[in-house]
Unconditional design. Structure first.
Length: 133
């Protein structure tokens, strides 16, 4: 099947010699997935897709407190695997995912590198689903 996931977090503080601020990432992630049932209670769900990341870094320079902000749009290639256990209409699941950013995330203020992120990302999450129909 097809899925569309949107994810956003609270962001992460960035504190460097020449800058202080916050990094944030909003991602839209379409994927193709299939559900592989193992008996009546268990299922695996592998997924492949991509993401569009809308990132921003905002804060102030040091020592003069001048405001600085930059926004970028970057893509990534994604893979994930979900394991679900069903109890009646409620399903509990664990998800593990990996992504590769297509562009290196490197932010500078003047000559100072204030944030450098690996192109490889991993995430683990839990989910609860309730069947309505």
């Amino acid at each position: 099947g097809f899925a569309l996931l949107a994810s956003v977090g609270t962001g992460a503080p960035v504190d460097a010699a020449s800058f202080t601020g916050r990094f944030s990432d909003l991602a839209l992630s379409p994927s193709l997935r299939t559900r592989l049932r193992v008996g009546t209670r268990f299922a695996f769900e592998p997924a492949l897709g991509g993401s569009l990341h809308f990132t921003s870094l905002a804060g102030t320079t040091r020592p003069d407190a001048a405001p600085v902000s930059v926004s970028r749009t970057d893509g990534s290639l994604d893979a994930a695997l979900v394991f679900d256990v069903r109890f009646g209409a409620v399903t509990f699941g664990a998800r593990a995912g990996a992504s590769y950013l297509l562009r290196w995330q490197h932010y500078r203020v003047g000559d100072d590198a204030v944030l450098s992120l690996s192109p490889f990302m991993a995430d683990v999450s839990l989910r609860v689903s309730v069947g309505l129909f």
